[in-house]
Design a protein. Structure first.
Length: 79
C-alpha cells in the first residue's frame, strides 16, 4: 500500500474518531464544531471554535490535497 493511501486512511480514522467522541459526549453530531463555544468568556469560545475549525481543516486537507511533492536537485561533482 502506498504511503499516501496510509496517510489518508489515518486522516479518515482520526476525523471519524473525533466526530464520534464529540457526538457520544454531547449527544449532538454538530458538537465536533461547536464544542467549547458555549463558554461565557468570548475569548475562550472564539479560541475553541478556531481550534476545532483548524483541526477539521487539517484532516480534510490530508484527505483531499495531493501529498506528493517533487523536489528537484542537481548534484554536480567535479573531478
Amino acid at each position: 500500500m502506498e504511503k499516501i493511501v496510509k496517510i489518508k486512511i489515518l486522516a479518515i480514522l482520526g476525523l471519524g474518531l473525533d466526530f464520534l467522541f464529540h457526538w457520544l459526549q454531547t449527544g449532538v453530531p454538530i458538537a465536533i464544531v461547536i464544542d467549547g463555544t458555549q463558554n461565557p468568556d468570548p475569548y475562550i469560545a472564539t479560541l475553541a471554535l478556531a481550534a476545532h475549525s483548524m483541526f477539521i481543516l487539517a484532516f480534510l486537507s490530508m484527505l483531499f490535497l495531493p501529498l506528493r511533492v517533487k523536489v528537484r536537485t542537481k548534484v554536480r561533482t567535479r573531478i
